[in-house]
Design a protein. Structure first.
Length: 147
């Protein structure tokens, strides 16, 4: 995904570059937008489709492998990783955006991350996982028709 504007429009849009089939050099002059601020754009949640303006105060159990990756690539400046009484599990605390990208990342960690707080987020993710499991079982006997 890349962001920008085109033609005579000033509003910034997302463009899925992998969907472009070709591009050509424009004969129009470049029009700088001095009022555009990338930080404001990010803070407004445009890239991640915000669910709320409030940040999430994430508390989660993470396995050793994810802890190591997050030590190298932090979720946020507020991130802390604490030891637990298990050598395999650590406690992650971080203030992160309440957006679609956050939820997708959390789900993508599978059984390496268990959300504890906020409880509403934990419940939402567990409902999604249960829906995936139910759908998977219900489609087990699905046959593909030959053309």
């Amino acid at each position: 995904m890349r962001s920008g504007s085109c033609n005579d429009y000033d509003n910034v849009r997302h463009y899925a570059l992998h969907r472009f089939r070709s591009a050509k050099l424009s004969s129009s002059d470049f029009r700088p937008n001095p009022s555009f601020s990338l930080q404001c754009y990010i803070d407004d949640g445009e890239p991640g489709f915000k669910y709320s303006d409030e940040s999430l105060h994430l508390v989660a159990l993470i396995d050793k492998g994810l802890a190591k990756r997050l030590e190298e690539t932090k979720l946020s400046d507020t991130q802390t990783i604490l030891e637990t009484d298990s050598e395999e599990w650590f406690l992650l605390r971080a203030v992160i955006p309440d957006d679609r990208d956050t939820r997708a990342w959390l789900l993508s960690q599978g059984a390496s991350l268990i959300v504890r707080e906020p409880v509403s987020l934990r419940d939402e993710l567990l409902e999604e996982v249960a829906a995936i499991q139910t759908l998977s079982v219900s489609l087990d006997g699905l046959f593909i028709k030959n053309k």
